[in-house]
Design a protein around this ligand. Structure first.
Ligand SMILES: Nc1ncnc2c1ncn2[C@@H]1O[C@H](COP(=O)(O)OP(=O)(O)O)[C@@H](O)[C@H]1O
Ligand SMILES: [Mg+2]
Length: 151
């Protein structure tokens, strides 16, 4: 899977995230969905995550977890999926700093969806086969969003 999308607005980015949420949860059938978000500050990583989570019924409870590193949400209505995790690794220097959170089990367990902001910083511990959402800031409201599977 490899696609490129030019977003012209926040709403465009939200729409893409919602579509991805529906498509991936249908196609992965309970297997862990790992989404590595890359892009500079203000690229739209949190915007994408919030819309993805909202599409799965998490509502507007998703806040940027920069200060808590990881937040877990329960999924009540998504077949095959029970938990959504949102990580922000901005302050980390390497992936080993995630081990105390039990990240290895989280990444492996069926029924989990994991969205990771600043995933570049912890790439060494992320599984191959993850989806990368790479967002480039082109202009004030324009973003290039490249989605591909990292083998
Ligand atoms: N096309 C777009 N897609 C996403 N965000 C956009 C877009 N155009 C402007 N923005 C703005 O860019 C900012 C993105 O912030 P945020 O999602 O918190 O980024 P990050 O988590 O990558 O630091 C928001 O202020 C949002 O309103
Ligand atoms: Mg963010």
């Amino acid at each position: 899977m490899r696609m490129n999308y030019v977003s012209h607005s926040v709403e465009d980015t939200r729409l893409l995230a919602r579509e991805q949420a529906f498509e991936l949860t249908r196609n992965y059938e309970g297997r862990p969905i790992i989404i590595a978000l890359e892009g500079e500050l203000g690229a739209g990583k949190t915007t994408f995550t919030q819309a993805f989570a909202a599409a799965l019924g998490v509502g507007d409870r998703v806040k940027s977890p920069t200060f808590v590193l990881m937040k877990q949400y329960d999924l009540e209505t998504v077949p095959g999926y029970h938990h959504l995790y949102h990580l922000d690794c901005y302050r980390l220097n390497n992936g080993a700093e995630l081990y105390p959170l039990g990240i290895q089990d989280i990444l492996e367990n069926h029924g989990n969806i994991v969205l990771i902001e600043w995933s570049e910083r912890v790439a060494a511990i992320l599984p191959s086969g993850r989806l990368v959402v790479h967002i480039d800031h082109i202009a004030e409201h324009i973003r290039n969003i490249h989605i591909y599977k990292k083998e």
